[in-house]
Write a protein that binds this ligand. Structure first.
Ligand code: GDP
Ligand code: IMO
Ligand code: MG
Length: 425
């Protein structure tokens, strides 16, 4: 029985959606365990493209059950829209396939407004959030004033909680931020209408997973964001407000650590970051522009251009250690197909000293100067190649160098966005 966590090894958008979709054919459960609709996971199969924000990426390949776990923060209005989009795209009855944790916290319209006004008030220190209310929703959760999905089913108590929370929030909006107050009646009405559409999905998903583990069923735990956006281990404060790393998979699903058999890290063949915060190998030159163009590096949720740079092996090794990754998937190899020279960062210089680790102090990360090793490009098309041995020699040399540096093998190499553009080793 495999219980596999699939985690972004960089700053998000590594291609987690594609890999989860690929592997979901061989699993019984696919579980999102943290984050919310800040995620944008893109799936391409047949002639279809879909971007998922909350629904796990296991709906379209095989018939696994898809769980939105307790660690996710759910915007019910966004979820209703997403369910409709999926049902319009493919002939799937989600009622048979989707399970939503009753303990997952709800993102209310006031969380989105707070996210946006707080960003505005930070000015040049803004995090560059997706504006989806993620941070404020997790704040409500840990301050123990959150509303959980299960609470949506008790209309009277729900209304009381919303009115109480909103009184405080309106106070802050008016007096701290100078913004207009929000109307409780409208909010309650919208929420009730969304609840009517999704109440059939809400249940105790932890128990479902405990039974699945006892029955030795295979499970995939799908991370959102990436290790370097982790609230504890990322480039704080330029992080998201949850734990994409391995520990978050346990707390966000109820799956115990000893049940996990595989930790699969996903990394692009280069690096991207969207939003603010340090990015040691970022390129502001033609090579960066070419990565963005070849890789179509624009945010799947916000459409923002992604910052691009060379692969950072020190950061990757840090992610591998944080998550105990024992398998890696390399994505977007094809994006490098027409580069004459490809670089990877193998060391940093910090204030004149060479270092081999990712600093915990974000101000130190800002001052890092990457030291690169250069590789000749392969300058040929890799998209249709289905076996590792058929890749151009320079591509194999590049990949093998990374594997040796990190000490973990690539079990998957992705050479295009479609499900079938993949080499499985
Ligand atoms: P996620 O958030 O980790 O699921 O990744 P995103 O979906 O936000 O971004 C990855 C983008 O790269 C999507 O547009 C995918 O369709 C695309 N993609 C995934 N794998 C590959 C690949 O191997 N090659 C190319 N060219 N695109 C890929
Ligand atoms: P997927 O799952 C890339 C970034 C935002 C911002 C920071 C905090 O598609 O990889 P938030 O809205 O979470 O409070 O924003 O995190 N961010 C992502 N970057 N991919 C994502 O998700 C992201 N989700 C959040 O850009 O810098
Ligand atoms: Mg994404």
């Amino acid at each position: 029985m495999a219980v596999r966590i699939i985690i972004g090894a960089q700053w998000g958008d590594e291609g987690k959606g594609k890999i989860v979709d690929l592997l979901s054919a061989e699993t019984d459960y696919v579980v999102r365990y943290q984050g919310g609709a800040n995620a944008g996971h893109t799936l391409k199969f047949d002639d279809k493209t879909i971007v998922l924000h909350l629904i796990p990426s296991g709906m379209f390949n095989g018939d696994s059950k898809c769980i939105i776990g307790n660690g996710v923060v759910i915007d019910p209005i966004a979820l209703v829209k997403e369910i409709k989009e999926v049902e319009e795209l493919v002939d799937i009855d989600l009622k048979e396939r989707l399970y939503i944790s009753d303990s997952a916290h709800v993102i209310l319209p006031y969380h989105k407004v707070l996210d946006q006004v707080k960003e505005k008030s930070r000015g040049s220190d803004a995090i560059g959030t997706t504006g989806r209310g993620i941070g404020p929703a997790y704040v409500s959760k840990v301050s123990r004033i959150g509303i959980r999905m299960g609470d949506l089913l008790n209309e009277e108590a729900l209304e009381e909680k919303i009115r109480k929370n909103l009184a405080d929030i309106n106070n802050a909006l008016k007096h701290v931020y100078g913004e207009p107050e929000l109307d409780a009646d409208n909010m309650i009405k919208e929420l009730k209408s969304a609840t009517d559409s999704i109440k059939g999905y809400i249940c105790n998903t932890t128990q479902i997973l405990h039974e699945a583990i006892e029955e030795k069923k295979p499970i995939l735990l799908e991370g959102a964001q990436g290790s370097l956006l982790d609230v504890d281990h990322g480039t704080y404060p330029y992080v998201t407000s949850s734990s994409p790393t391995a520990g978050g998979a346990c707390t966000g699903s109820g799956v115990p650590p000893l049940a996990i058999t595989h930790s699969l890290g996903i990394t692009k063949a280069y690096c991207t970051r969207v939003g603010n915060g340090p990015f040691p190998t970022e390129l502001d030159d033609d090579a960066g522009e070419k990565l963005r163009k070849n890789g179509q590096e624009f945010g799947a949720t916000t459409g923002r251009p992604r910052r691009c740079g060379w692969l950072d092996l020190i950061a990757l090794k840090y992610a591998v250690r944080l998550n105990g990754m024992n398998e890696l998937a390399l994505t977007k190899l094809d994006v490098l197909d027409d580069f004459k020279t490809i670089k990877v960062c193998t060391q940093y210089e910090l204030d004149g000293k060479k270092i081999n680790h990712f600093p915990s102090d974000t101000e130190d990360v800002e001052r890092l100067k990457p030291i690169y090793k250069s590789f000749p490009g392969w300058e040929s098309v890799t998209r249709d190649i289905s076996s590792f041995d058929d890749l151009p020699e320079n591509a194999r040399t590049y990949i093998k160098f990374i594997e040796e540096f990190i000490g973990v093998k690539f079990t998957i190499v992705s050479t295009g966005p479609k499900r079938n553009e993949t080499i499985v080793r």
